[in-house]
Design a protein around this ligand. Structure first.
Ligand SMILES: Nc1nc2c(ncn2[C@@H]2O[C@H](COP(=O)(O)OP(=O)(O)O)[C@@H](O)[C@H]2O)c(=O)[nH]1
Ligand SMILES: [Mg+2]
Length: 204
């Protein structure tokens, strides 16, 4: 499953240095969880939504006979940008998180500083794979629960347990349609990155 080609971000790069070139943030989650909505609501540029035909050729050994319908799939990505302050510019990538897109993930996570996992409590299954891969890659992430139709049936603690999320991973409620709410999600992630960077610097 692991291609071995994934490049970990330089974990010793202080956040301030990374900000000179912008920070790449990935928003992952299942279809319909609100990725496009979140990227749109916070972006200061008109976000791009690209339909990419991705090929899985090269995954197997003898797939050189050309790419047929079975080895291609159409994937929608979102791209947006937001300045958190004068120094920190976030470049946002919305991307599908389901297992069948695993072949995209190595490239997607290359240079990614952190990720937001968007969760819909009606379909939590879609979240497990993304969380598993992020943990495996060592990419810091926060979990944002997009509340549909004022779904308050599950508390954040219950969702944390259902996802087997360790205590140190921040969780936050959000409404992806509301700019302030989506921005809060990103601030939560940036705070988390900063906390982790400080923890690393103070660890002998
Ligand atoms: N009620 C509600 N609807 C939402 C919310 N976020 C997204 N939606 C709607 O859910 C649908 C799917 O959202 P979309 O952003 O396209 O999901 P994506 O597949 O993850 O990109 C759209 O019709 C959105 O308007 C939310 O927080 N609450
Ligand atoms: Mg979308």
């Amino acid at each position: 499953m692991d291609s071995g080609s994934y490049e970990l971000p330089d974990r010793r790069t202080p956040l301030a240095d990374a900000a000179e070139t912008g920070l790449k943030i990935v928003v992952v989650g299942g279809f319909g969880v609100g990725k496009t909505t979140l990227v749109r609501s916070v972006s200061e540029i008109r976000p791009l939504n690209t339909e990419e035909v991705m090929t899985q050729a090269g995954v197997g050994v003898d797939e050189t006979d050309g790419v047929d319908a079975k080895t291609t799939t159409t994937v929608a990505f979102d791209f947006g940008r937001i300045s958190l302050n004068e120094r920190i510019v976030l470049y946002l990538f919305g991307a599908p998180g389901q297992e069948r897109f695993w072949f995209l993930w190595d490239r997607l996570f290359s240079g990614t500083l952190g990720a937001v996992v968007l969760v819909d409590t009606r379909r939590m299954d879609d979240s497990w794979y993304a969380i598993d891969r992020l943990e495996h890659h060592g990419t810091p992430f926060v979990v944002a629960v997009n509340r549909f139709d004022d779904d308050l049936a599950h508390s954040l603690d219950e969702i944390r347990q259902a996802l087997a999320l360790p205590e140190h991973i921040p969780m936050i409620d959000c409404d992806a349609r509301v700019r302030r709410s989506s921005k809060n999600v990103l601030i939560t992630l940036v705070d988390h990155l900063r906390t982790m960077a400080i923890a690393r610097e103070t660890t002998p």
